[in-house]
Design a protein around this ligand. Structure first.
Ligand code: KIV
Ligand code: ZN
Length: 500
């Protein structure tokens, strides 16, 4: 069976989307999860776009051993130089250069003639080759380009050293049948096409990104570019988990397979959502809460007789254990350690000791502890802002329907206790105002705030998420508690600590 490569661009195209920017530690954590997921290539960023991007591509390239790490670059020497400096420490570094080929992009954006575009493709691919041989060339807005011009561009890129040719549907305009025809046309008309891997990169403006990517695979493309949870510019990119599970479920139809460790899908998806302070819509394919739930009587009956009546893939195949287990305050450390392992999380003995304390605290407040609770506790244990500037020492809230809410907050900074009191429109607002009185610099503003329950029931853990803006940067903070005011305070401090 042919090998269909998965090129993940969560850290580049995904990160480019509004409110999806990430910081170095967050990117490294996701890169390590992508490596475990066994993506063939991960695009770690766009090295020339900022110093921060350069540093993160470099750090990721040096850390990752089982996937090729790529940097995006415009077809200009300076971008290519920086991309090389950033990826060169990797095991199989790739430079991904792009240039637009559609009439509208050439005329209005590039202000170049088709001949100038062809020359640039030749020169810049050759220029990249002086650094390395793993070169990807993308014909930006390929699906709105003239097919014969595309044939010339692709032929030129391969002649000059490109080993992967990517056909992006940059604006999410194409349809599955058209994508199938474009790929077929290129295969039939580019004389040196056998010397390169043919790839696609589809955006989701019409909700067709996954369908278009799969149509390209059917036509013979051997690489799909996608992002975890379908994040990306505007409506996003093709969702990795959907593309991968479609290929795995319909292997024969596609005549190929990926090397993705599908059992890592659920964990990776959760990590990406958590990092960005987002949650999967409940009906999201593959990773949504309802993706494997059967409510209707007829369906439940069928599944009990034979799961395959209504399930085309198993929850275990994406890393979700099927049997639901419930724990309580009498549960032992070993059983919980084993359950975490089943849920895809191997933690060390020391981490388990810390985790068990948190588990016991929760079990004192909540009778039945579910998988979702365990995962939420673990997410918050793995808080990556390890070196905390400010810790919550204690808080008191006074709130009611006929009084102004007040909050007294005491924070601990390096052993020094600082306490402030503030009023607010409600208890959370009062608490945040009190924290703002303690932390005056740098200036920051609250962009977004939400609280969600982790499980059903009024003893559920509440997970609060905040987005804090400081200049152009957004920091996501999360907090967990059975008390939603405490969860909110923790989330606010978590965001501020990341910022600091
Ligand atoms: O959508 C697009 O065209 C891109 C390219 C840079 C590959 O992201
Ligand atoms: Zn894109």
């Amino acid at each position: 069976m042919r090998h269909i490569k998965i090129f993940d661009t969560t850290l580049r195209d995904g990160e480019q989307a509004p409110s999806c920017s990430m910081h170095l530690k967050e990117k490294i954590e996701i890169a390590l999860a992508l490596e475990k997921l066994k993506v063939d290539v991960m695009e770690a960023g766009f090295a020339a776009s900022s110093q921060g991007d350069f540093e993160s591509v470099k750090a990721i390239a040096e850390k990752i051993k089982d996937s090729s790490v790529a940097s995006l670059a415009r077809s200009v020497k300076n971008d290519i130089d920086l991309a090389y400096q950033a990826v060169k420490g990797g095991v199989d570094p790739r430079i991904h250069i792009f240039l637009a080929t559609s009439p509208i992009h050439m005329q209005y954006k590039l202000k170049m003639t088709p001949d100038q575009v062809l020359d640039t493709v030749a020169n810049m691919t050759r220029y990249t080759k002086k650094y390395l041989s793993n070169i990807e060339f993308s014909a930006e807005d390929a699906t709105r380009s003239d097919w014969d011009f595309l044939v010339k561009v692709v032929t030129t890129a391969i002649e000059n050293g490109a080993t992967t040719i990517n056909i992006p549907d940059t604006v999410g305009y194409t349809t599955p049948r058209e994508m199938y025809d474009i790929i077929t046309y290129l295969k039939n008309n580019v004389k040196n096409i056998d010397k390169a891997t043919l790839s696609v990169h589809c955006h989701n403006d019409l909700g067709l990104a996954v369908a278009n990517s799969l149509a390209a695979v059917e036509a013979g493309a051997n690489q799909v570019e996608c992002t975890v949870n379908g994040l990306g510019e505007r409506a996003g990119n093709a969702a990795l988990e959907e593309v991968v599970m479609a290929i795995a479920t319909r292997k024969k139809l596609y005549g190929g397979q990926t090397r993705i460790e599908t059992k890592e899908i659920y964990r990776t998806s959760n990590l990406v959502y958590k990092t960005l302070g987002l949650r999967a819509p409940i009906n999201k394919a593959i990773v949504g809460e309802n993706a494997f739930a059967h409510e209707a009587g007829i369906h439940q009956h069928g599944v009990l007789q034979n799961r395959e009546t209504y399930e085309i893939m198993s929850p275990e195949s994406i890393g979700l254990p099927s049997n639901n287990m419930v724990f309580g305050k009498h549960s032992g450390k070993h059983a919980i350690h084993a359950r975490l392992k089943e849920l895809g999380h191997e933690i060390t003995k020391e981490e388990m000791t810390e985790f068990f304390v948190k588990f016991k605290n929760l079990a004192d407040k909540k009778r039945r502890i579910s998988d979702a609770d365990l995962l939420a506790l673990l997410d918050h244990q793995e808080d990556i802002s390890a070196e905390k500037e400010y810790k919550l020492d204690r808080f008191t809230i006074n709130s009611g329907n006929n009084i102004t809410s007040t909050a007294v907050i005491r924070l601990n900074r390096d052993g020094q206790l600082i306490e402030k009191v503030a009023m607010g429109f409600g208890p959370v607002n009062a608490a945040f105002n009190a924290i703002n009185k303690i932390i005056k610099k740098p200036e920051y503003t609250l962009e977004d705030y939400s609280v969600q329950s982790v499980t059903d029931g009024n003893d559920s853990l509440g997970e609060a998420t905040v987005k804090i803006r400081c200049g152009d940067d957004i920091y996501t903070g999360t907090g967990l508690s059975t008390d939603i005011i405490e969860a909110s305070i923790k989330a606010y401090l978590n965001g501020i600590n990341k910022l600091l």
